[in-house]
Ligand binder design. Structure first.
Ligand SMILES: CCCCC/C=C\C/C=C\C/C=C\C/C=C\CCCC(=O)SCCNC(=O)CCNC(=O)[C@H](O)C(C)(C)COP(=O)(O)OP(=O)(O)OC[C@H]1O[C@@H](n2cnc3c(N)ncnc32)[C@H](O)[C@@H]1OP(=O)(O)O
Length: 168
């Protein structure tokens, strides 16, 4: 992470603390409530530029016997951290994501995520997040990610004809 990052302020019209940040779209693998397979994560705005989220670890998320697959946890961090810049009212995509896996996470547990925006430079937004299973003093994983602000229309212009919609 560069040393010259600037603090980033919450947008005045951002989702208020304690409220759910709206669905990105209903068929999104991370947040969608109509996606045939998905994490169905809801991210809740916190104070400042922070968020929280929870995810129940379902049987289909299994990697090693009885525990979550590392890629599923990575996707969950991506979802939570990628939603957080909406507090700045900035659409982003992931540029870089790094996960520290500290402890196995059993099937059936609920993962609690906390995320904060550390700051930014230009279009780059740096975030950090942690995960625990109910006791915030016992972390099971952590993550850092870099998100890049995009022009939504331009970024997805060549792909929208492939988009999948609910009910198809
Ligand atoms: C699930 C998908 C959701 C997609 C998002 C949709 C809508 C967004 C709206 C709201 C968001 C709400 C919820 C989102 C929820 C979850 C988020 C999930 C996000 C994802 O899951 S999204 C899928 C994976 N993601 C990609 O599919 C990106 C593929 N990629 C590209 O499309 C380009 O690569 C792009 C656009 C990233 C940059 O391209 P570009 O041409 O616009 O800009 P450029 O290359 O100049 O980079 C600008 C500055 O970032 C630095 N930089 C870039 N990459 C870096 C890296 N890896 N490490 C270190 N620095 C990096 C450069 O060094 C430069 O830095 P400097 O300004 O200092 O020179």
């Amino acid at each position: 992470m560069p040393t010259d990052i600037e603090p980033l302020a919450r947008h005045p019209k951002a989702t208020r603390p304690g409220e759910k940040i709206g669905l990105h779209h209903s068929m999104c693998y991370g947040c969608g409530d109509e996606a045939p397979v998905g994490l169905r994560i809801t991210v809740v705005a916190g104070e400042g530029v922070t968020t929280t989220a929870t995810m129940k670890v379902e049987d289909w998320m299994q990697g090693g016997p009885g525990v979550i697959h590392g890629g599923v946890l990575s996707a969950a961090f991506d979802e939570v951290m990628g939603t957080t810049p909406l507090l700045l009212r900035k659409p982003v995509v992931t540029g870089h994501l790094a996960i520290d896996y500290a402890k196995p996470i059993p099937l059936g547990s609920t993962v609690h995520f906390t995320c904060e925006i550390l700051g930014g430079v230009g279009r780059k937004i740096y975030t950090r997040a942690y995960a625990h299973l109910g006791d915030p003093d016992v972390l099971v994983a952590g993550a850092h990610a870099l998100f890049i602000e995009i022009d939504l229309e331009k970024h997805f212009a060549g792909y929208r004809d492939k988009a999948v919609h609910a009910g198809e």
